[in-house]
Design a protein around this ligand. Structure first.
Ligand code: 5GP
Length: 344
């Protein structure tokens, strides 16, 4: 047994140190980025925030709206050829769509079917809760061999060594985060995890050294956390809970004591397992929560709020664009993030 003594940090453990700036207004901040990906050689331009492939978030209705902001949506694994066919606007939003698969043969078959007909879709997200298995790397290699020109996202991992391994196995983008999610119970069920900001900093460094990219996936609770993800070196930030509760996600609406809520649940929760796989297998326990999120109306308002926050972070540290945010970032460690007198 070994203990690593070095302190690892979460988003709530730091704040940006403000810096003198020549920027006049937050409206001057450019949040758009352009990336060229290591293996696919595809170029993508947009605001690098991604809707997570979770029910109620990774949905086509959300994708339609996010695409207006040139933001990406990672569709849930349940988006089969029938669902894609039924959505007539796929061609117009395709640069900002990722198809998700697990490592089952059925997933691969579904992906093949979709890409045969919709070959213009450029992103594939191979998503498992634990990206550390050898089987996962092998599967990733097989997808890379079959689809050399697709931009492949693979995860999740939280350490530099495995980030490198996934990149060497064919990932253009590595998804980083084990246990930080709003409806994730992995840390409680297994005791496994890694504080998200440190994971992002360490994995970004490893990926950038190999000419690849990372997504900071999970753990953002407010626009400031999104900015901290970018400040820590993330190329993309993926959001689940922060984008839940909107009309476009088409989640189940629940009314209680005069308020409206939308049901939201983790992808490995009992609710998700019942819905998609007929229940939890005997050997597994649920690693996700089911919650009610306050109904929040249209997603456009939430997006504007998030982007406004990130723009403001950039002005505070003197970054004229999102590209410069990480270079302009000095984090200060804190023991209290904000004044919560009137919260709850
Ligand atoms: P959030 O933005 O809500 O904090 O985190 C979203 C991320 O949580 C997702 O992209 C995914 O990586 C992770 N996640 C979603 N559902 C589950 C779950 O049921 N269990 C675990 N361990 N993680 C989940």
């Amino acid at each position: 047994m070994r203990i690593e003594e070095e302190l690892k940090l979460d988003y709530s453990d730091v704040l940006f140190r403000p810096k003198r700036s020549t920027l006049q207004s937050r409206k001057d901040v450019n949040l758009k980025r352009t990336y060229r990906f290591k293996y696919s050689n595809n170029e993508w331009s947009g605001i690098p925030i991604i809707a997570a492939n979770m029910d109620g978030v990774g949905e086509l209705g959300i994708a339609e709206k996010l695409s207006e902001f040139q933001m990406i949506t990672c569709l849930t694994k349940q988006h089969d050829i029938k669902k894609i066919k039924a959505f007539k606007k796929i061609k117009s939003i395709h640069p900002n769509i990722a198809l998700s698969i697990g490592i089952k043969k059925d997933d691969f078959d579904n992906l093949d079917k979709i890409l045969k007909e919709y070959s213009f879709i450029k992103f594939i997200c191979i998503d498992v809760a634990n990206g550390y298995s050898e089987h996962f790397s092998k599967f990733l290699k097989s997808v890379r061999d079959k689809y050399p020109t697709k931009t492949i996202i693979a995860g999740n991992v939280v350490t530099a060594d495995m980030t490198q391994e996934l990149i060497l196995s064919g990932a253009d983008i590595v998804k980083v985060g084990i246990g930080p999610g709003s409806v994730c119970t992995t840390r409680l069920q297994t005791g496994v995890g890694y504080p998200q900001l440190s994971a992002v900093i360490e994995c970004a460094d490893a990926a950038h050294g190999l000419g690849a990219h990372i997504i900071a996936d999970g753990g953002c609770t407010c626009p400031g956390d999104v900015a901290k993800g970018f400040g820590g070196g993330a190329d993309f930030v993926m959001l689940g809970g922060m984008l839940a509760g909107h009309d476009e996600g088409k989640g189940k609406l629940v009314k209680s004591n005069g308020s409206k809520y939308i049901e939201f649940y983790g992808s490995s929760s009992e609710t998700a397992n019942k819905k998609h796989y007929g229940g939890l297998s005997d050997y597994r326990s649920s690693e996700g929560r089911t919650v009610r999120v306050k109904y929040r109306g249209k997603i456009t308002d939430t997006i504007k709020d998030i982007l406004g926050g990130v723009r403001s972070s950039c002005t505070y540290v003197g970054a004229p664009s999102l590209k410069q945010l990480s270079k302009c970032t000095t984090f200060v460690r804190v023991t209290k993030q904000f004044n919560d007198t009137f919260v709850k």
